[in-house]
Design a protein around this ligand. Structure first.
Ligand SMILES: Nc1ncnc2c1ncn2[C@@H]1O[C@H](COP(=O)(O)OP(=O)(O)OP(=O)(O)O)[C@@H](O)[C@H]1O
Ligand SMILES: [Mg+2]
Length: 276
């Protein structure tokens, strides 16, 4: 088996015409995620986390650098290459309302993704679709009555569960979760984080977990990368990273949240707890 599910190598992304902005949004950034691993990506607003996450998910082609998925170089310059890659990777977004079409019921939203990927999923019969829909709801802890409802009639936490169900529908090998809880109430945050953890443990997908909240990254991830102004400035096991940061920027981030442990306790989370 390949050691990494995904490897980003020396990724550079410029928005707009190169040279007009003084620096690229992502600047020669490299990272890897092993099968089944949850890896954090932290950094201040504007440091390039989302941009790098979009590259990992095949939603944005880098200007330079290589995306390697399961040992194969992704043809990021070709539409077909990106389409193939997007089947293997799914994103979970911060904006739960914006990620769902307001005119589709939850049932229709799930059907849509199952229909779009029907060939890859080998799911020709409506009965199979119905069964899969229920299975997905069950996996994310939602009752079947949400199928008839519209996104606005759900809470933010319920909508994020739908977002996760949609992402899981295609059996992705990697999830890119971009600030999946930062728009949610603190009490709901823990539920969604625990759901992501239990999904990771049951289904074994790897996850690139993007967040600016260090307590959340500490809770979720074994390893993390720190990004500053488009560059990865430090990486390592979370335990060491938080205890003994090497790079001044990482120290600055930690000082901005003086007590990560306290932050965890307040939210009733402890680092490294396994969730069944
Ligand atoms: N579509 C875009 N067009 C032009 N510039 C962009 C675009 N998206 C992001 N940028 C710029 O690229 C840089 C990196 O943005 P990005 O959204 O990746 O950062 P981020 O770390 O995800 O920030 P946040 O924590 O606020 O989500 C920023 O300077 C941002 O202004
Ligand atoms: Mg972002």
């Amino acid at each position: 088996m390949e050691k990494h599910i995904v490897a980003l190598r020396e990724i550079t992304v410029w928005y707009g015409q190169q040279g007009i902005k003084e620096r690229p949004a992502v600047d020669r950034a490299s990272l890897t995620v092993a099968p089944g691993e949850i890896v954090g990506l932290v950094g201040e607003s504007g440091s390039g986390k989302t941009t790098l996450g979009l590259v990992a998910a095949g939603m944005l082609a880098p200007d330079k650098g290589e995306v390697v998925f399961d040992g194969q170089v992704v043809q990021t310059g070709s539409r077909h290459g990106m389409q193939v890659h997007r089947r293997n990777v799914q994103m979970v977004f911060q904006d739960t309302a914006g990620a769902l079409n307001p005119r589709l019921t939850i049932g229709a939203a799930l059907d849509e993704v199952l229909y779009v990927h029907r060939q890859a999923l080998a799911m020709p019969l409506p009965a199979q679709r119905d069964a899969r829909r229920n299975e997905l709801l069950d996996a994310v802890g939602l009752a079947p009555d949400v199928l008839e409802r519209y996104p606005h009639a759900l809470s933010g936490g319920q909508r994020q569960r739908v977002g996760i169900a949609r992402a899981l529908a295609v059996h992705p090998r990697l999830l890119v979760a971009d600030e999946p809880v930062s728009a949610l109430d603190v009490s709901v945050q823990v539920q969604i984080l625990n759901l992501l953890k239990s999904v990771n443990e049951r289904l074994g997908q790897a996850c690139l977990f993007v967040a600016h909240d260090l307590a959340v990254v500490r809770y979720m991830c074994s390893r993390a990368y720190v990004m500053e102004a488009g560059q990865i400035v430090e990486a390592g096991a979370c335990e060491a990273l938080f205890r003994d940061p090497q790079h001044p920027y990482t120290r600055k981030l930690l000082e901005a949240v003086p007590d990560v442990e306290k932050g965890l306790k307040k939210r009733n989370m402890a680092p490294g707890i396994r969730v069944s």
